[in-house]
Design a protein around this ligand. Structure first.
Ligand SMILES: NC(=O)c1ccc[n+]([C@@H]2O[C@H](COP(=O)([O-])OP(=O)(O)OC[C@H]3O[C@@H](n4cnc5c(N)ncnc54)[C@H](OP(=O)(O)O)[C@@H]3O)[C@@H](O)[C@H]2O)c1
Length: 280
């Protein structure tokens, strides 16, 4: 089957971040070249490129900042997504919206499936869910790609959990939460799966975390083991770290098997993007 979408005609918006660094096809804009809160600019740039598909990665992803400033979270993740969806609709492009497991309330005791009911518990989750509702309400040709506990970007762009653990290596003891669960997601694998869904001309909601689930403690354990460092890892409870309301369970299951096990993806990431940097 030949795809009706040419990857050279895919526009990625918000490509300056962690996930965007793995997009090696099509046209890309970053925050500086296109601010998604500027309605007229979004429509102008999209009309200029006439993409067949748009990958929308632009977001305020700092969970604590979203809780401190909900209006800003809704502006970027809600209204910004409205602007991108309007532009997609005007040029007839498929829209890929990257969302999060943070739209669920964490009360479920097994992994969340695509059709489970969202019930976000913090302003990041609420604003991202607002984005989902906008995309589903305005468009027919969309992919909502939910990810969870993302890693990627290497020493330069990895400001999330994996990068944070590695930056603590000079300490003698590192603490990690062992009573909350999620599904780690490789940014590189996420982009690969999105590419596959676009070329298959898929539509709908997809959970695109790597296969499996674990605690942050287990992720930290694998980081320490793979990079061969001598540091003590201590388990702590979810309440140990202050900040925006975090939930007990963000693990996801997927209706379509596009992603490899999280351990394999994380080990490859550490070997290829961190090992040399750590040794220097
Ligand atoms: N990281 C995770 O754990 C995770 C988990 C699930 C889902 N996601 C979703 O995955 C997508 C990509 O996230 P990521 O991990 O690559 O995060 P990221 O590194 O923070 O990238 C997001 C990008 O959006 C840009 N941006 C922010 N406000 C913008 C605006 N008004 N207009 C245009 N661009 C703007 C940021 O630019 P500046 O840095 O200049 O502000 C940044 O380059 C997001 O939709 C996020 O919600 C992330």
């Amino acid at each position: 089957m030949t795809s009706k979408i040419d990857l050279n005609k895919v526009l990625t918006i918000g490509a300056g971040g962690m996930v965007g660094s793995y997009v090696n096809f099509g046209i890309k804009t970053d925050h500086r070249s296109l601010d998604i809160t500027d309605f007229h600019e979004v429509v102008r740039i999209v009309k200029q490129h006439k993409p067949q598909a748009i990958i929308h990665l632009a977001a305020e992803t700092d969970v604590d900042r979203c809780d401190r400033d909900p209006n800003y979270a809704y502006l970027v993740n809600g209204a910004g997504t409205y602007n991108v969806a309007t532009a997609a609709s005007e040029v007839g492009a498929k829209l890929v919206y990257v969302s999060t497991a943070g739209i669920f309330d964490g009360e479920k005791t097994s992994p969340y499936a695509e059709d489970n009911q969202p019930n976000p518990q913090n302003f990041y989750g609420r604003s991202k869910y607002m984005g989902e509702l906008i995309v589903r309400g305005m468009l027919k040709d969309y992919i909502i790609a939910r990810a969870c506990w993302m890693f990627g970007g290497g020493p330069e762009k990895d400001l999330k959990f994996v990068g944070k653990i590695i930056r603590q290596f000079e300490k003698q003891e590192i603490k990690a939460v062992n009573d909350a669960y999620g599904s780690p997601t490789s940014g590189k694998d996420l982009v690969g799966a999105i590419k596959r869904l676009i070329t298959d001309d898929a539509t709908g909601i997809f959970h695109l975390s790597n296969e499996g689930s674990c605690s942050r403690y287990e992720v930290a354990e694998l980081i320490i083991e793979t990079l061969g460092v001598d540091v003590t890892l201590t388990p702590v409870g979810l309440d140990y770290f202050p900040g925006a309301n975090r939930v007990k369970n963000e693990a996801m299951s997927s209706k379509k098997k596009l992603m490899r096990p999280w351990q394999e993806a994380l080990q490859e990431y550490l070997e290829t993007e961190w090992k040399t940097a750590i040794k220097n």
